[in-house]
Design a protein around this ligand. Structure first.
Ligand code: FAD
Length: 417
């Protein structure tokens, strides 16, 4: 008999929640995951980074992912007008993974949470956590099922992995306005119909609008001739391209010659999706009896596909600390979890800011760069944002600014490279 409903209650069964659940269940803790949706369910965040492979392995999830037969990914291709550039993770600086996958999240997330279930984690779908009562000794939460029936559960620790649900940040007043400007994304899945033999399916394609440098597109190829396609920009800038989301989508896709050409036989597989104001920040990521993982804490921007990598890294930082806590050790969550997690987030943030102010495009599209610097930048874009051996991790702003100047960037602030 136990005096709590679980050792650890986890809110949300996305990558962060599933990885934490899989890790803790493997170590024999009683884990219960509460997920609002029913899986499989659509989710954005389909292009992974090589650095997340080590965290998938650490949670014992990598074998299952590798059996998923996903589209391999070894880098990113960039387009702006006639210019092309490639970041290839295979020649990045540092040890570790040099490839990863592009995944349909409906399938990927279900795969991860199934591993946790097989290890003994109890997962409830269709239940929404509506209240949390953090407490150092015996935290509680309330969840309602689909008939509106509430139930309060107790645990010894809470992990909030609710993504945009942000259950604890909202309940505890930890939400902060993000530093990045609000942006909007329009997106869908397509049967891409791409037959061009020169097209490299092993890379995400990022294209910049030929006339409006603040607008960019993603094309993430999946297996089986399918792809995820999206466009991102300042909401007002996107709105100038049409009266309805459909009209904007069409006009924006027609405006980019590379995508227009590649996707001339494409067919949409999903209704057009629209999402806005997804960047979030939080004043703290831990407190008495709880820690906040992945997007439930902070989310930056989709441009460098950092979301799932940060989510998995946060889970793999937190899970062993939860175990130590449950075993009666004192844990310094600031030093062992929040500070190191935020270091990587800060690296990515510096890169995102440099993308939108034109420094990073100036660097990426510059035809001749010192190979060492390119390999260091490639390492950050591969997700190795925590590697202090890399000067672009230790002082990203300074090094990006200097290199952009070297690459001939004159006017910053939203200007084309
Ligand atoms: P999520 O995957 O969001 O999972 C959270 C889960 O919690 C959900 O299943 C939800 O149903 C559940 N939940 C929420 N509230 C409650 C509640 N109250 N009770 C119970 N359950 C709840 N990332 C990448 O790595 N690569 C990309 O290419 C990429 N592209 C993106 C494009 C856009 C436009 C956006 C907005 C994001 C993109 N991301 C990308 C980010 C990525 O989607 C997230 O970083 C990632 O899904 C975070 O994982 P998570 O586990 O923290 O949260």
């Amino acid at each position: 008999p136990h005096d709590t409903d679980a050792d650890v209650l986890i809110i949300g069964a996305g990558p962060a929640g599933a990885a934490a659940a899989a890790w803790l269940a493997r170590e024999g803790y009683r884990v219960r995951v509460l997920e609002r949706d029913h899986f499989p369910r659509f989710c954005l965040g389909e292009s992974l980074l090589p650095a997340c492979m080590q965290d998938l392995a650490g949670a014992g999830l990598l074998d299952s992912v590798q059996r998923g037969g996903y589209q391999a990914k070894n880098g990113a291709a960039f387009r702006w007008r006639e210019r092309e550039a490639t970041i290839d993770f295979r020649d990045r600086q540092g040890p570790g993974w040099r490839h990863t996958y592009q995944v349909e999240r409906a399938d990927f997330d279900q795969r991860l949470i199934r591993v946790a279930t097989r290890r003994g984690a109890e997962v409830e779908f269709g239940v929404t956590v509506t209240a949390v009562h953090p407490d150092a000794r015996r935290p509680r939460l309330t969840r309602i099922d689909e008939h509106g029936r509430p139930r309060t559960l107790t645990a010894r620790f809470l992990l909030d992995a609710s993504g945009p649900g942000r259950v604890i940040a909202r309940a505890r007043g930890l939400a902060r306005p993000p530093r990045l400007a609000p942006r909007q994304a329009l997106f869908s899945h397509v049967d891409d119909g791409i037959r061009d033999p020169a097209y490299d399916r092993d890379k995400i394609l990022i294209a910049i609008h030929p006339r409006e440098a603040g607008i960019w597109y993603w094309l993430i190829p999946f297996r089986g001739g399918r792809a995820s396609l999206g466009v991102v920009g300042d909401p007002a800038a996107l709105a100038r391209h049409g009266d309805t989301p459909e009209a904007r989508w069409q006009a924006l896709l027609d405006a980019e010659p590379c995508l227009r050409d590649l996707l001339r036989d494409a067919r949409r597989r999903r209704p057009l999706g629209e999402l806005q104001g997804y960047a979030t920040a939080a004043s703290r990521l831990h407190g008495p009896g709880y820690a906040v993982l992945g997007n439930a804490g902070e989310f930056l921007d989709p441009v460098f596909s950092s979301g799932v990598t940060i989510a998995l890294h946060s889970a793999l930082l937190a899970a062993p600390l939860v175990a130590r806590r449950l075993d009666g050790e004192a844990v310094d969550w600031a030093a062992a979890f929040e500070t190191p997690l935020r270091r990587g987030i800060a690296t990515f943030r510096a890169f995102v800011e440099a993308w939108y102010d034109g420094r990073l495009p100036a660097i990426i599209f510059h035809p001749r760069q010192p190979a060492t610097l390119r390999r260091q930048i490639s390492a950050v874009l591969a997700g190795y944002a925590w590697d202090r051996d890399n000067p672009f991790v230790r002082a990203p702003h300074r090094h990006l600014t200097a290199l952009a100047r070297h690459c001939g960037q004159r006017a910053p602030a939203g200007s084309p490279p």
